[in-house]
Write a protein that binds this ligand. Sequence first.
Ligand code: ZN
Length: 84
Amino acid sequence: MVEMQQDENIPAKRKRKTEMAGVGCLIQTIGFVSLFFFPIGTFLGVILLIYGSMKSTYFTCSNCGNRLSDKNVKICSTCKASFS
Ligand SMILES: [Zn+2]
C-alpha cells in the first residue's frame, strides 16, 4: 500500500501556550520587583510585566507541535500545515 503524501492543506491550528519558566518569566519577575522603586521603577516595571507576558506566550502547531516563530505564521515550517 502506497501512502499518498499530502503536502498542502493539512488543517491545523495555532495553539497558544504560556511558558512558566524562561526568559518571559524572568522579565516578569524583574518587572514586579521594579514596581516598588517609585517612580521610574514603577513605570519600568509595568513595561517589563507587559513585555514579559508577551515573551512567555508562544504558539505551536497543533499538527506537529513545532514552536512557531510568530503568531502570524500562515504555514508551519516543519509539517507545512496551513493555519486557518
Ligand atoms: Zn506543524
